[in-house]
Write a protein of this length. Structure first.
Length: 415
């Protein structure tokens, strides 16, 4: 892959930004400490939901940012830089705001504003500035960088959580130097002017606004929403792993430091993602969308190991390692598939829908659906939770396989 100096610098900036694209992992090791020590009057689902506010605010911020980008009022560069600065601000706020439960929610909201600005638009920079073959290769590297960052955040977050539950937030201060780097290396350009909508041609009223929205949505390939749905459901499933691992270790191996061990577990899980991400380009080229089925199989296998060998720390590490494979299969495949269905005029909104709103919504719904549902069906035991979600992942993979095979069959008929 031959790149000129400017594109090479941009690629490395995108990869460095990807390094901090999963800041929540710095906080994951502290979940059990937050629930049992900082706020013992709150349930595990309450704490998971408070942290999940990041996943709800992030896509809303992305929508607002995409609106201003499409209106040519701001550039993707300015939004990315602003998001990285807000990321650093989150770490600073945690120093002063950590005593009340609403402080936890506030920090999650601010963090969501940060990721909503820089995360989606980092993908947009990839779509806008690189060719198809380059995107597929860089998408794999990008996901590996995300996982490598997750490893570092998991380890450091676990270490800091043993000292104070909010210690993981201090890692977010790294957003400041990355913002400075992005300011100097990311090209500044505005999105291409798009065809005027009905609401811009006629008097603004509800009917015209609805017609404009419908006309705009019709410009998108329907398959974008298919991959968005897959990303949403997958992140619902995947979120169960990190959201419950500290509690899982504490429940089943009470004589170890849960925060530190869960930090290591998160790092090992991301390590699995790094390895599969390195080979993503080759595997994706060979399997196509069937790689999504392999991702679901990895989750099923990993979660079953977590359940069946819950009292063995080594087996827990093996389970999360296998689970980690899935992230670098599912999300980059969805990213690549969506990138082939958009152009510069639609990339901002399409990436918000498929790569921010959908997975973020899945992350927010994960504790609402799986934690509360399994609490009702099987109590507090995380072993049952992992078994339940593993079976759900298996069914999800089977549905994807059926859809993918039917689509391939139809393409052969029409060819």
């Amino acid at each position: 892959m031959n790149l000129d100096k400017k594109k090479s610098l941009l690629m490395w900036t995108i990869l460095i930004i990807a390094f901090v694209q999963m800041p929540g992992l710095a906080l994951t090791p502290a979940i059990n400490s937050i629930q049992t020590q900082a706020f013992p009057n709150k349930t595990l689902a309450d704490v998971q939901t408070a942290l999940a506010w990041t996943n709800l605010v992030s896509p809303l911020t992305s929508i607002i940012a995409a609106f201003f980008i499409n209106k040519r009022l701001v550039t993707k560069k300015s939004v990315v830089v602003a998001g990285l600065l807000i990321l650093a601000l989150t770490g600073l706020l945690a120093v002063f705001l950590h005593l009340q439960f609403w402080h936890l929610i506030l920090l999650s909201v601010v963090l969501g504003m940060a990721t909503g600005c820089f995360m989606t638009n980092a993908f947009g920079l990839l779509f806008d500035n690189f060719e198809d073959k380059q995107r597929q290769v860089i998408a794999g590297f990008q996901t590996s960088a995300i996982n490598a960052g997750g490893i570092s955040m998991g380890l450091l977050g676990g270490l800091l959580a043993t000292q104070m539950w909010y210690g993981g937030y201090f890692i977010l201060l790294i957003g400041l130097p990355i913002a400075i780097l992005a300011y100097f290396t990311v090209p500044s350009y505005k999105s291409p002017a798009v065809m005027k909508t009905i609401s811009e041609k006629k008097k603004l009223n509800l009917k015209n606004i609805i017609e404009a929205v419908v006309a705009y949505v019709k410009r998108f390939n329907p398959r974008i929403f298919y991959y968005a749905l897959l990303a949403c459901i997958f992140m619902m499933i995947y979120g169960v792993s990190g959201g419950n691992i500290s509690t899982h270790i504490k429940q089943n191996i009470p004589n170890v430091d849960g925060a530190a061990m869960s930090g290591i577990a998160v790092a090992i899980q991301m390590g699995g993602g790094v390895i599969s991400g390195i080979f993503f380009g080759r595997i994706s080229k060979k399997l196509g969308d069937m790689i999504l089925v392999v991702a679901c199989a990895a989750v099923f296998t990993g979660f079953m190991i977590l359940s069946l060998f819950a009292s063995s720390l080594i087996m827990i590490f093996i389970g999360v390692f296998i689970t980690g494979f899935s992230l670098s299969m599912m999300l980059p495949r969805c990213t690549f598939a969506v990138s082939a269905l958009v152009d510069k005029s639609t990339s901002a909104t399409a990436t918000v829908v498929a790569l921010s709103i959908a997975p973020s919504l899945g992350g927010f719904l994960s504790p609402q659906v799986f934690t509360r549902l399994t609490l009702a069906l099987g109590g507090n035991a995380t072993v049952f939770r992992y078994i339940f979600v593993a079976c759900f992942a298996l069914v999800f993979g089977a549905i994807i396989a059926i859809i993918t095979l039917n689509r391939a069959k139809k393409q052969k008929i029409t060819a």
